[in-house]
Every structure is written in structure tokens, then in C-alpha cells.
Design a protein around this ligand. Sequence first.
Ligand SMILES: NC(=O)c1ccc[n+]([C@@H]2O[C@H](COP(=O)([O-])OP(=O)(O)OC[C@H]3O[C@@H](n4cnc5c(N)ncnc54)[C@H](O)[C@@H]3O)[C@@H](O)[C@H]2O)c1
Length: 339
Amino acid sequence: MTEAISTNSTGHTESRFLVTGATGFIGAWIVKELVERGDRPWVFDIDTNSTRLAALLTPEQMSSVQLIQGDITQFKEVECALADHGITHVLHLAGIQVPFCAADPLRGAMINVVGTLNVFEAARRRRDLVRNIVYASSAAVFGPEETYGGGTVPEGAPLLPGTHYGVFKQCNEGNARVYYLDDGLSSVGLRPGAVYGVGRDRGMTSGPTKAIKATVVGRPYTIRFTGGVDLQYVRDTAHIFLRCAEAGLTGAKAYTLRGDVMQVRDFLNCLGEILPASRALAKAAGKALPVSYDFDDSALQHDLPGVHRTPLAEGIRETAGIFQRLQRAGKLDTTDLES
Ligand SMILES: NC(=O)c1ccc[n+]([C@@H]2O[C@H](COP(=O)([O-])OP(=O)(O)OC[C@H]3O[C@@H](n4cnc5c(N)ncnc54)[C@H](O)[C@@H]3O)[C@@H](O)[C@H]2O)c1
């Protein structure tokens, strides 16, 4: 049954946010921002374990989060989540990451492609409710650095993904474009590089966050890639998702995001300045990432001026501070520190 939807004095329905994949990392930070400003978001996730949310929210804030257990690959479940709660904005982050798509491409396509199609199709059928969709694409829609001849990859560069995951994200951008052309359904796809912060505990680029956590608990840790990386602090990523949802953008936009572009060794040096113990504990080994890392984000800067970039040192300090608080409370989960 659809819940009553109130209208404000201008006759517009109030905003109601559904965040898919929000017991995961980035989604949890979007929920944090929504709750801190007084919203009561709906969270749609197959996994209702709320450890990441609980690490970021007070128990009182947790009570304003409305959890829906659902599978993004099941159209009816997605459709009901939108319709039953009168959802006006969908922030779609449910998905699985590079190593999981590589290990099982069929499952990867079901979740990352069909799941995203389900979100668009459900929104198309409920155009009376849904104003727009912001979904997680990825910098993995681009190929490795050598594909572009080095230097900053310009806006509009060809998408030549070298992973199934990247191809799935590219496919989603194509479907988003067709939903705008055929149905006028507006959307924004966001392409982060490597996002770091509390809650980043899986995926190819989770190493920097794990190195911070390992240092906090006094354990050795090896980041499993070297070379260049674009590190974006998760608070900034979450904020961009929400700004895009509320900016009234029309069309099928796809924005490349840019955080701090650096070498992995620069990250380790910065970590060493903030947490000196890391000099003996944290290192990096392995190949470079199979995705470029130095991108022009001028399209986003043009359409959403003033996007904030948290300096790396500040992001590391805040991340370490939250890990230390959780450790003191006996609530720091370290099962992700596999090396
Ligand atoms: N973290 C990054 O650096 C990064 C970079 C680029 C793009 N992205 C994209 O951003 C999104 C969020 O990334 P994250 O790091 O928060 O990932 P995450 O793995 O922490 O969270 C993903 C969430 O999706 C949920 N999910 C998986 N399968 C589902 C299903 N069938 N139905 C419903 N929910 C399901 C998981 O339970 C999880 O809570 C993903 O789409 C990812 O591809 C992330």
C-alpha cells in the first residue's frame, strides 16, 4: 500500500530518497548526510546488516533510517520500494565490484546491469513520483593509462574499459541515455575513481583505507597495487551524489569525478606524517591498476560549481579518528584486513 505523500506550500511533493546499496560504503555516507540534515531516507539493500551505518550514525539517527531488504535483480521488489513509499529521488549504488564481476561475470551482469535497468524501468513506470535517478557509474569505464597516452584523460575521451565491471558500467550509461531519449527520464551517472574512508572494506581499491585501519590497530598491511591512483574522500563523493539529485539537471549526464591524484607512495608518505607507526606497518606491492587515474572533471565543475575536495591529509585524519573511536568502543571490525 502506498504511504500518504504530503505536498508543501508550493504544491510540490516533499522529497523522499531511496538509496540502494546503502548498507554498503558510499551509500552509508549518503544516508549519513541525509539524516544529519533531518531527512528520513529509505535504504534498499539485499544485506540489512547495518554495521557500516551504525559506525557513522548515533543510535537515535539510526532510528530515522528505514531499511527495506530487497534484491535489485528482482524488478517487483524495486518497483514496490518506489511505489510503496512515494519515492521522488533514487540514489542507486547497489552493485558488486571489480573482483566479484571478474570471478562471476554472469552474476555481475545480473546485479550491475539488470539491477540498474530495474531501477530505470521502475522509475519510468512511476514518472508521477520519481523526479530523477543518480547512479554509481565508475572511472572503470575508461581503460588503462596507456590507452590514452599518459597525462590527464580529457572529458569526452573514448570509453575503453578493460574489465567486465567497467563494461557493465558503460552499458548502464548507455541505457540511461536511451531512457532519456525515449522517455525523458533524467539521470546522472557518477564516475568515482578510488573512494576511501570508513566503511571501505572491499573492492580492488580498498587498500588505502585498510592501511589506515591496520595502522590504527597496529597490524602490518600491504596495499595490493602500486602506481597512480585518484583518491576521493567519501564525504565528498556522498555530497556530490546528493547535489546531483537536487540540482534539477535534465538529460542523461555522466560526470567523471576527481579527488586527489597521486602515486600510492605519496599516499603512504602522507599516512606516515599523520600516523608515524604506519612507516613500519604499511607498504604497497603489485601492479598498477588497470584503469586510468588522472581525469579532467571540468564537466562536473561547470555544472555544479564549488564541488569540495577534502585534502588527503584531512581525509586520512578523519578516517583514522573514526577508526580510533570505534576501537575504543570495542566496535571496530577488522575482518577485512586480509594481509
Ligand atoms: N568504492 C569505490 O571506490 C567506487 C568507485 C567507483 C564506483 N563505485 C560504485 O559505487 C557503488 C557503491 O560502491 P561501494 O564501495 O559503496 O560498494 P559496497 O560493496 O560497499 O556496497 C554495495 C552494496 O550493494 C549491495 N548489493 C549487492 N548486491 C545487491 C543486490 N542484488 N540487491 C540489493 N543490494 C545489493 C551490497 O549488499 C552492498 O551493501 C557501486 O555501484 C560501485 O560499483 C565505487
